[in-house]
Design a protein around this ligand. Structure first.
Ligand SMILES: [Mn+2]
Length: 424
């Protein structure tokens, strides 16, 4: 289904008076508010094809209703999101869960919703039906060269799918590692993985990037062969300029200083982009900003500082994607909340007075530096984020409209209550 422009306009009319008053109030206190709003309008966050269905844990999965049962329906769902917030104009496909049967048709469908194809994701963390060799003991790291070759071949196939769709990056996340001490020779596992990545890297088109994602633990619980940013950075450095490190917020050990990791990676021009989510204990895949919004703001502070130093385009020069799983919420509502949280943190980071912050830093004014950051963080920027949505044709309050328009019920009527999203 598609949401009519007139439905969005009618919704906005109901809220416009209060909204305008809120924007005027904020605008009078912010220098360069027009530039800030234009940056918010340009900023787009990709939605992965696996986030449109209800997630689960290894203990169980409680399906939602009216889930998208095909790639076409997943694209339609991202299209709905984008119509509501005008900030989710890209979809990231997971191969082999979402292989298009007709590239042109899929491309046309996506562009009819104003969507482009973001990074493509390979999968060597599970065995597929009919697969010759198993990834039980790893893929690119495997002791058996034949298994490594199969995994390399899969990644090259993913690149080919991506080329047909206009993607410009391959994201490699490996579950490779070991569950028990002694199981793996760490150095051999690293070297095998590097050799395998080199073969995949050689197959990358000139204008593509390879994003190397790391994760501290799970599914392997003793060692991960790309376990932290240091290992990812080492692979990316050895591979070349097209390889960069991808930071997933949930893939760190508790209390890791992710903003410092981001800062150093940016200094080296080795940050590929981001997978957004939130967590309390580990890779919890919770809604962005639901647990630790201050951390998200501090990360955006470093991102904006780093991008400005490198004269990068905020919207296009790094990869921005949500990577979360919704076990108990409506996935579309959860995604609306996630994107809103990202836009808020981004807007707040744009408010930071960098000249004052630098002045405080070189004068060891610790209190002053904290005040500058918290002044930005404690500003309620939601009216500016809403104004950006309004100007782009979106809804002032996407969740409210999603509910008022009965979108989930319409999807259930269309797809049936038993419809299940493909994926894990
Ligand atoms: Mn991720």
């Amino acid at each position: 289904m598609q949401i009519e422009t007139s439905t969005i306009e009618k919704h906005n009319q109901q809220l416009i008076k209060q909204h305008n008053a809120d924007v005027d109030h904020l605008a009078s206190r912010i220098d360069g508010v027009e530039l800030l709003i234009s940056k918010l309008v340009a900023f787009q966050i990709a939605v992965p094809s696996w986030a449109l269905g209800t997630g689960g844990t290894r203990f169980g999965r409680f399906s939602g209703l009216g889930e998208p049962g095909s790639l076409e329906q997943k694209i339609a769902d991202v299209g709905l999101l984008h119509a509501l917030n005008q900030s989710s104009g890209a979809i990231s496909l997971h191969i082999p869960w979402d292989i298009p049967s007709d590239y042109n048709k899929i491309k046309q469908l996506a562009s009819s919703h104003g969507l482009r194809f973001d990074a493509v994701n390979s999968n060597t963390f599970q065995d597929q039906p009919g697969q010759a060799l198993s990834y039980k003991y790893g893929s690119l790291q495997h002791v058996d060269k034949a298994v490594r070759k199969q995994a390399i071949g899969h990644n090259i196939e993913v690149i080919k799918h991506g080329e047909q769709l206009g993607s410009k990056a391959l994201t490699v996340w490996l579950s490779d590692g070991s569950c028990f001490p002694g199981q793996l020779n760490f150095k051999k596992a690293f070297k095998n993985t590097l050799e395998s990545l080199e073969e995949i890297y050689a197959a990358l088109p000139d204008d593509w990037k390879m994003f190397i994602e790391y994760k501290a633990f799970e599914p392997n619980f003793y060692s991960m062969t790309v376990g932290d940013w240091g290992q990812s950075y080492l692979y990316a450095s050895k591979l070349g300029a097209k390889a960069k490190t991808l930071v997933d917020l949930g893939h760190h050990l508790p209390n890791a200083n992710i903003e410092q990791i981001v800062s150093i990676l940016m200094m080296e021009n080795k940050l590929a982009g981001f997978h957004f989510n939130d967590s309390k204990y580990g890779d919890d895949d919770l809604t962005v900003g639901s647990i630790n919004p201050y951390q998200l703001f501090l990360i955006f502070n470093e991102l904006v500082a780093g991008m400005d130093e490198l004269k990068m385009d905020h919207a296009n020069d790094l990869g921005w994607m949500i990577d979360a799983s919704h076990n108990v919420k409506d996935p579309l509502e959860d995604l609306i909340q996630s994107i809103e949280a990202i836009m808020i943190a981004y807007a707040q980071s744009l408010l930071i007075n960098r000249t004052q912050l630098e002045h405080a830093q070189i004068n060891n004014d610790v209190t002053g530096a904290q005040e500058i950051l918290q002044q930005a963080y404690r500003t309620d920027v939601r009216p500016l984020v809403a104004e950006a949505r309004l100007r782009a044709g979106g809804a002032l309050n996407p969740i409210q409209l999603f509910r008022q328009a009965g979108i989930r019920n319409k999807l259930i009527t269309q797809r049936g209550s038993a419809s299940k999203a493909t994926g894990l």
